[in-house]
Structures are given as structure tokens and as C-alpha cells.
Design a protein around this ligand. Structure first.
Ligand code: UT7
Length: 334
């Protein structure tokens, strides 16, 4: 870890992985009192990718996403000196998912740790990675966002279960001689007073009195959809407006706003309030649902590979989630 200080940061490549399995709205119609019409109108989701949890886990997706990014970067994995993985659904609390995927892809010996910031996790992690590289503490960093949300869903809960899917995405970053490249603005925040709107209790004592009637199984995600919705609509707009104001960028100077995919109504509300062109705000929630920390890097990989991140134009990552947390990251590309 001896990169020169005051360097820039270049994204060498991106990768992603989603499971083959699909859970459609028609499948939910057979399982629950719901309808395709309700789900599409209220969320924009038509299907989500789901792991076969008897054979695979978030670790599988994380490893594949990182391997894809390393292959695309065309560098030896041994050159990676730090792996950061954002997840709230790691196979185990110890070891970290990051430590296992680092050794699985051939980067054993790299520093490795997980970041827990729920759906904001990947944006937190890439902000950290950029700061560490710019400080000269690492030269080549892999950042992964993954969540196996279906491992923490109670499929009897019709409000929560229809929203989530499984996915992972990754980027490989490297120090660059041009200090203008990389994250030119970042913001991260959290407000723990709202934690009870979105949480995963391990045991009965974790459950606040206000949620005691909730029948969701222990170990599964609990959500106050209305509260999260209100928070998200406001925060999404605030975070994007803050990023534009602090960088003095106008919306048309931005290549893409890569937003956490939680609900099409949340994305559209922010887009309309700020006046962003629909072509600048990527949406894949119809096909993948909300994959928590996997959502932003999955979008980024799909945009990157499709050539939709315009060279020389900044792009903006935005997310919010459990904690409650929120984060933005503005990137200047070569
Ligand atoms: O990454 C962050 C994670 N979470 C989020 O971003 C979630 C944010 N919140 C939301 O996206 C929305 O609040 C939901 C999609 C979860 C719910 O949509 P809503 O428009 O806020 O619905 P609601 O909670 O106000 O419920 C309206 C009705 C209720 O019935 P009653 O009380 O009016 O009879 C619900 O029981 O819809 C009912 N409902 C459903 N009906 C059919 C709730 N879930 C379903 C369902 N199918 N799956």
C-alpha cells in the first residue's frame, strides 16, 4: 500500500452477477393476496432474481461479480491490495464476505473488510475506497456491493416480499496520475432515530414496542413502507440537489444519475422535482426489484458495459436505506 499521495482514481472495470432464478408477479399472485397490477402500479417491479439458497448465497454472487470486474480490468488479482464489500446479508458475521471473496479470486493477502450501510452500502464503500486511494494508502481496490435479500425475507409478508431480489456488482479502482479523476464530491449521512422503519431483528428483545404486533419471522426484514417512502422521496431529492450544488454541475452536464432501485415512484418523484431527463436516470427495477447493496453497482455495471457512461462527463451515484442512511458520490471519468 504505497501509492503516491494526492493521486486521482480511475475505474478500471465493473462487473455484476445475478442468479438465474426469477420470481415474477404471477408467481406472487399464486402465493399471496396480491396482483400484478398492484405491484406494477405501486413499485414498478415485474420480476426479481432469486438465489437457490440450498446451493448458493450472496457470497457466490459477490465472488462472480468481482471476478467479472477483474477479468474486464485485465489485471492479475494479486495486484489488488484492498477489498471492501458492502452487504447486510453476509453468510457469517465472521469472517467478512470481503475476506472470503478476496482469497477466492486470487487476492489473498489484500486487506479486506465489510461495510454495513444497507442499501447505501455500495456508495459508502466506493466513497471510502476513493478516499483511501487518494490518501496513498492503497493503489488497486476492489469494491463489491451484494445482498441476498431473499435469505432475509418472510414470504408471508406481502408488503416486503414483493420488493426484493438478489444481486451483486463490483468495480476495480486504481490510483491514477491525473488528480482530477475519481470521486470529486461525496456525502454520507445517517439518522439512527429512524432505525425502526427498516430493520432485521435477531431476537425478540430487538423489536421495539411499536412493532410488537408485527408477525414477521425473527431474522427477517421488517419495514414500515410508508415511513421509508416519505424519507426516501425527500432524501433522494435533497442528496441529488446537494451533489449538484456542491460540484456546481447542472443536470445536463451529468452523464447518468445511478440511483438505488427501491421503487419507481421514489425515483420518478426525485427525477421530476429536479427536472432530470428520463434518459439520464437508469431504471432496471422492473427486472431485478430492490437488491439493497447490490442495486447501485448492478446498474453501474449495466450502464458501463452498454457504453452509457459518457467519457469525460461526471456520473452520480445515489442511495438511501436502513439505518436510516443515505449517500452520494460524484465521479469524474477520463
Ligand atoms: O431500499 C429501501 C427499502 N424500502 C423501500 O424503499 C420501501 C418504500 N416504500 C414503498 O415502496 C411503499 O410504501 C410500498 C410499495 C412498500 C407500499 O406501497 P404504498 O402505496 O405505500 O401502500 P400502503 O402501504 O399504503 O398500502 C396500501 C394498501 C394497504 O391496504 P389497505 O390498508 O388500504 O386495505 C396494504 O395492505 O395496499 C395493501 N398492500 C398490498 N396489496 C396488494 C400492501 N402490500 C400489498 C401487496 N399487494 N403486495
Amino acid at each position: 500500500m504505497n501509492a503516491r499521495a494526492l493521486v486521482g482514481v480511475r475505474i478500471l472495470a465493473t462487473g455484476s452477477s445475478v442468479p438465474e432464478g426469477r420470481l415474477t408477479n404471477a408467481d406472487f399472485e399464486k402465493m399471496l393476496d396480491t396482483s400484478d397490477e398492484w405491484i406494477v402500479q405501486r413499485t414498478g417491479i415485474r420480476e426479481r432474481r432469486v438465489l437457490d439458497l440450498t446451493k448458493a448465497s450472496g457470497l457466490t454472487l459477490a465472488r462472480e461479480a468481482l471476478q467479472n470486474a477483474i477479468d474486464a480490468a485485465n489485471i492479475p488479482a494479486s495486484e489488488i491490495d484492498l477489498v471492501i464489500c458492502a452487504t447486510v446479508t453476509g453468510d457469517m458475521t465472521c469472517p467478512s464476505t470481503a475476506a472470503r471473496i478476496a482469497s477466492d479470486v486470487g487476492a489473498a493477502g489484500a486487506a479486506a473488510f465489510d461495510v454495513g450501510a444497507a442499501c447505501s452500502g455500495f456508495v459508502y464503500a466506493i466513497n471510502l475506497a476513493d478516499s483511501i486511494v487518494r490518501a496513498g494508502r492503497a493503489k488497486t481496490v476492489a469494491v463489491v456491493g451484494v445482498d441476498a435479500m431473499t435469505s432475509i425475507i418472510d414470504y408471508a409478508d406481502r408488503t416486503c416480499s414483493i420488493l426484493f431480489g438478489d444481486a451483486a456488482g463490483a468495480v476495480v479502482l486504481r490510483a491514477d496520475e491525473n488528480p482530477a479523476l475519481g470521486c470529486i464530491y461525496q456525502h454520507m449521512g445517517a439518522d439512527g432515530t429512524g432505525w425502526g422503519s427498516l430493520y432485521i431483528p435477531r431476537q425478540a428483545r430487538d423489536i421495539p414496542p411499536s412493532d410488537i404486533e408485527n408477525k414477521t419471522r425473527l431474522g427477517c426484514l421488517r419495514m414500515n413502507g410508508k415511513e421509508v417512502f416519505k424519507f426516501a422521496v425527500t432524501k433522494f431529492r435533497e442528496v441529488i440537489e446537494d451533489a449538484l450544488a456542491k460540484t456546481q454541475l447542472t443536470p445536463d452536464q451529468v452523464s447518468q444519475f445511478v440511483c438505488h432501485q427501491s421503487n419507481i415512484r421514489i425515483i420518478d418523484a426525485a427525477r421530476e422535482r429536479i427536472g432530470l431527463d428520463p434518459s439520464q436516470v437508469y431504471v432496471n427495477i422492473d427486472k431485478y426489484g430492490n437488491s439493497s447493496a447490490g442495486s447501485v453497482p448492478l446498474c453501474l455495471d449495466q450502464l458501463w458495459r452498454a457504453g452509457k457512461i459518457t467519457p469525460g462527463k461526471p456520473f452520480v451515484l445515489v442511495a438511501f436505506g436502513g439505518g436510516l442512511t443515505w449517500a452520494s458520490s460524484v465521479w469524474q471519468t477520463p
